[in-house]
Design a protein around this ligand. Structure first.
Ligand SMILES: Cc1cc2nc3c(=O)[nH]c(=O)nc-3n(C[C@H](O)[C@H](O)[C@H](O)COP(=O)(O)OP(=O)(O)OC[C@H]3O[C@@H](n4cnc5c(N)ncnc54)[C@H](O)[C@@H]3O)c2cc1C
Length: 347
């Protein structure tokens, strides 16, 4: 049996451990946290990620626990609709539910090792599934592969009320955005982002929330209502980090998956989706091919696609959080999505 050491028992690490053939691999998952994070947030799962969840064997359970994201509206800071889209079959799922279901799908033969890993554990294949600040990436790819701090702060949380009709979507104001989406169990998932000097570490959530209420006061009434209901204990506030292009997702006896490989700005809602696709792709190849070939094919299949999304996410962040030219931006978006316009989409 070949040894596989997965560093990180988050979305990517658990999905990989759930899919690897226990008859072929002796798998250990190293995770620094004994308990999952307590603050609940929501994740948008696009159709490709749902296919990966199907490969893990938990798609029906995720569907049962999640909620339909429904139609999405892009609004200006006052709440006027700029454009609407109905992306097909996007599912909203709570991160806690997703982690619980992935965890339950991991075979009993997988060894769980709790504690912070300080350097890649050998021998065998080492999988860096340890997120944006990956110790595996920094140890094997070098310190120059360290995460990059963006100027953006992101807050998110869930409040108990349902989303009232006609107010969901993403509100793009001047240098700030706010999102309102349905969450599981009839609740509301919200998120906000803007440039900030807070942090990067040890951010006081109460202070960040107060700052956010101030920034969005005078804008759309619905944002005020959501922020009034938000409490620090159920809010996450963090600076956004991204990962530079590593050149390749495999090096020596190490391979990267998820945010460790392509940590991206959250503006396309794709990071966790790509983490799941990485895990399903890598496991499928490892289960069926010799190790060197599996790693080569994994790199070939995943590098271009996930790096394109990483670059596109940064572009989207700059567009959504532009400090100037919002009327022009919003006007162009409206124009592009008018029937027959350059960006008109068939629905
Ligand atoms: C504001 C915001 C909104 C987002 N919204 C969406 C969305 O709607 N849809 C979507 O697809 N994605 C979204 N994302 C992105 C998503 O959260 C990440 O892409 C996803 O969590 C990546 O999963 P991962 O398993 O690769 O990394 P992580 O979730 O970071 O997991 C890494 C794991 O490794 C562990 N670990 C780290 N270092 C060590 C170590 N040294 N030793 C042992 N264990 C270690 C950590 O404790 C953690 O459990 C969002 C991100 C943000 C910031």
């Amino acid at each position: 049996m070949e040894a596989v050491k997965v560093v990180g028992g988050g979305i990517a690490g658990l999905a990989l451990a759930a899919c690897l053939d226990p008859g072929r691999f002796r798998v250990t998952v190293h995770e620094r946290l004994a308990e999952p994070p307590s603050v609940e947030t929501s994740l948008a799962m696009w159709p490709e990620a749902q296919r990966a969840l199907d490969e893990v064997g938990i798609l029906p359970a995720v569907r049962a626990a999640g909620s339909d994201f429904g139609g999405m509206a892009l609004r200006d800071g006052s709440g006027n609709v700029v454009l609407t889209a109905r992306p097909s079959r996007v599912l909203g799922v709570s991160r806690a539910d997703l982690l619980r279901l992935l965890d339950a799908a991991v075979p009993a033969s997988v060894v769980r090792a709790y504690g912070t890993v300080a350097s890649p554990p050998g021998p065998g294949l080492v999988v860096g599934a340890d997120g944006v600040h990956s110790i595996v990436r920094r140890s094997v790819w070098g310190e120059r592969s360290g995460a990059r701090l963006t100027p953006y702060l992101a807050l998110r949380g869930i409040i108990d009320d349902a989303v009232p009709p006609g107010v969901g979507g993403e509100y793009w104001g001047r240098g700030q955005l706010f999102g309102i989406a349905p969450a599981s169990r009839g609740r509301t998932y919200w998120y906000a982002s803007y440039r900030s000097d807070l942090g990067p570490g040890g951010i006081d959530v109460g202070e960040a929330l107060a700052l956010t209420r101030g920034r969005f006061s005078g804008g759309a009434a619905e944002i005020g209502r959501v922020l009034a209901a938000a409490v620090p204990g159920e809010t996450l506030a963090q600076r956004v980090w991204t990962v530079p292009f590593p050149g390749s997702y495999r090096r020596d006896s190490a391979v990267l998956v998820g945010d460790a490989a392509h940590g991206m700005a959250p503006n396309l809602g794709r990071g966790a989706c790509e983490a799941l696709i990485d895990a399903a792709t890598l496991a499928g190849l490892l289960n069926s091919r010799p190790l060197p070939e599996a790693l080569r094919l994994y790199n070939r299949r995943r590098l271009l696609r996930s790096q394109s999304l990483r670059v596109a996410s940064s572009g989207m962040a700059r567009l959504a959080l532009a400090e100037r030219g919002q009327p022009l931006r919003d006007g162009l978006l409206r124009l592009a999505h008018r029937p027959g316009g350059a960006g008109a989409v068939e629905r």
